[in-house]
Write a protein that binds this ligand. Structure first.
Ligand SMILES: Cc1cc2nc3c(=O)[nH]c(=O)nc-3n(C[C@H](O)[C@H](O)[C@H](O)COP(=O)(O)OP(=O)(O)OC[C@H]3O[C@@H](n4cnc5c(N)ncnc54)[C@H](O)[C@@H]3O)c2cc1C
Length: 509
């Protein structure tokens, strides 16, 4: 058996169609199947070739190149145009392959912060399900963490090991859902829903639920709608390029934030008053610095052991990450990064140009307004404090300079090994990510407004969505723990609905 259970041809109908076999799509499919739903069709635009995580398939330098230098990655696609200087351009995009970005992520598993899960944005029942208790048992966060082999403790994922102090910041090891390769040093994989069906180290398929059918190499061009109800999707036949309809009463958009937005805009626009655009687009504000350190003049013992650490900085609505590694016998590299929430901005949205042909051309507008500038300034203060502590510990001087956020001297591509060598030892090099570059895109299909508490489009019955696109507020935390928790919730809602409507023999549902 191969994972490419690509039905030789597109089936004419399915009970549930999931658009996109990335993180959210596969996680939703597996929970639906576990909940007893069958005839689930997952449609993926990219191929089912190599099923390994990039950090298993490649050495660390090559893997980071594939992410930050998309020309190197055959799976990178950007099916939209950026209307904003540098944002949602460059390495921003989808990774069109079975597994999507679950085969690239770093496994950092943090829950959304209390301040981000505010019930002014998020529906209170969803906040309770995530954090307190779901269906009379442990919370969704706790269940998800436990499934990943992590421990849920005091409202977050517990991280082992001692706390380390860097300046004013008490760092803890970063919780990650990842495992090292059993035989190849330096190689590792982060959790992917594919782990349930193939060996993460070799990519060999181990089994696959009968309830799920995969259609790969086939892009969904539109969602079909009739009288305010979803009736299925239309795909592009990979051989002929012709449109082929697939009938389904239930469709779940899991195509990544911008593509799910395009499909939603196309489906919603013909309805009275719907503009061909969706607001709320966000990504994390991310900036940082790295410094090459001469290990021979490093203090003994090192103030920080090699590894990855983090600390929440709620006053700046950010999380600070610090990684130290040994590049060679003579050199250490310290990489410091801060991720913060981009407050909603009316200048950030996904817009389509309606026309007779699908897919509609899509443009992404991204803007950092006054609220975002406050976060950026607060981040720089934190980074300056960290640099000062590092400089003191290592006996260095030099100043951290960032320059203009919109036109930075260096982006996160500065940390690529081939670029790092251009920077002298002992001199900190700052960098600033463009929006979209961190791949934490989300926010255009918020639960509680665009979507109901049941993850269904308020204006289109039968249409659902999953993934960071559905976050009512992005917070500072990396999104995937929440993506997984919400996919579980959505699947249970759908299973309840679908299993309650199983047609009696010979009857209509
Ligand atoms: C290098 C890297 C590191 C990251 N690290 C972390 C981390 O440590 N922690 C964390 O929480 N998050 C991390 N992320 C972010 C995380 O990977 C994403 O938030 C997550 O994968 C998004 O899931 P998704 O299902 O919405 O999108 P994706 O995983 O991108 O899946 C979308 C899928 O839909 C398919 N698709 C798109 N359009 C169509 C169409 N029209 N028809 C059919 N299929 C379509 C795509 O090909 C893709 O396979 C990281 C991302 C990257 C790239």
């Amino acid at each position: 058996m191969t994972m490419d259970r690509t039905l030789d041809r597109t089936p004419s109908r399915a009970r549930v169609v999931i658009v996109g076999a990335g993180f959210a799509g596969l996680e939703t499919a597996r929970h639906l199947a576990a909940g007893g739903v069958d005839d689930i069709l997952v449609i993926e635009g990219g191929p089912a070739g190599d099923l390994r995580h990039t950090n298993v398939a490649h050495d660390p330098d090559t893997a980071v190149h594939l992410w930050l230098d998309p020309a190197q990655d055959p799976y990178h696609q950007r099916p939209w145009e950026s209307a904003s200087h540098r944002h949602f351009a460059g390495n921003a995009g989808i990774r069109a392959r079975l597994g999507g970005r679950s085969l690239y992520w770093y496994g950092v598993t943090l829950p959304l912060e209390d301040w981000a899960l505010d019930t002014g944005h998020w529906p209170a029942p969803i906040v309770d399900d995530l954090t307190l208790s779901w269906r009379g048992g442990p919370s969704l966060y706790e269940r998800t963490a436990t499934d990943l082999g992590l421990t849920w403790e005091q409202g977050t994922v517990a991280s082992p090991g001692p706390v380390r102090l860097l300046g004013d910041y008490a760092l803890r090891p970063t919780p990650r859902a990842s495992r090292t390769h059993p035989e190849q040093p330096g190689r590792w994989s982060a959790y992917s829903p594919l782990d349930h069906w193939r060996d993460p180290a070799t990519g060999a398929v181990t089994g696959f639920p009968d309830a799920i059918h995969l259609l790969t190499g086939t892009a969904v061009r539109q969602v079909s709608v009739h009288e305010g109800r979803v009736t299925g999707v239309v795909v592009t036949d990979p051989h002929t390029g012709a449109p082929v309809p697939v009938t389904a009463d239930t469709v779940v958009l899991c195509a990544g934030t911008v593509e799910s937005s395009r499909l939603a805009i196309q489906a919603l626009h013909p309805r009275a008053g719907a503009e061909p655009r969706l607001g709320g687009l966000a990504d994390h504000l991310a900036q940082g610095f790295f410094v090459r350190l001469d290990s021979r003049s490093a203090p003994r013992p090192l103030p920080l052991r090699p590894g990855s650490y983090y600390v929440p900085v709620p006053e700046a609505k950010c999380n600070l990450f610090v990684s130290l590694w040994r590049e060679s016998r003579a050199e250490l590299v310290l990489d410091v990064k801060i991720n913060g929430e981009l407050p909603p901005d009316p200048g950030s949205y996904v817009a389509c140009e309606p026309g007779p042909a699908y897919p509609w051309p899509t443009r992404v507008h991204a803007h950092v307004g006054a609220g975002g500038r406050v976060v950026i300034a607060a981040q720089r203060e934190v980074l300056a404090g960290v640099w000062s502590a590092v400089a003191t510990a290592f006996g260095l001087s030099g100043e951290l300079r960032f320059g203009d956020y919109d036109d930075p001297a260096a982006t996160n591509a500065a940390v690529l090994p081939r670029n790092r060598e251009n920077y002298p030892i002992g001199q900190p090099q700052s960098w600033v990510s463009a929006l979209g570059a961190e791949d934490h895109d989300g926010g255009t299909l918020p639960l509680g407004s665009m979507l109901t508490e049941n993850h269904e489009f308020a204006q289109l019955s039968g249409l659902y969505a999953a993934g960071p696109a559905t976050f009512a507020r992005l917070g500072a935390a990396n999104p995937s723990l929440t993506t997984m928790a919400l996919a579980r919730r959505l699947s249970a809602v759908l299973a309840d609905r679908l299993l309650a409507s199983v047609p009696a023999e010979g009857g209509q549902a």
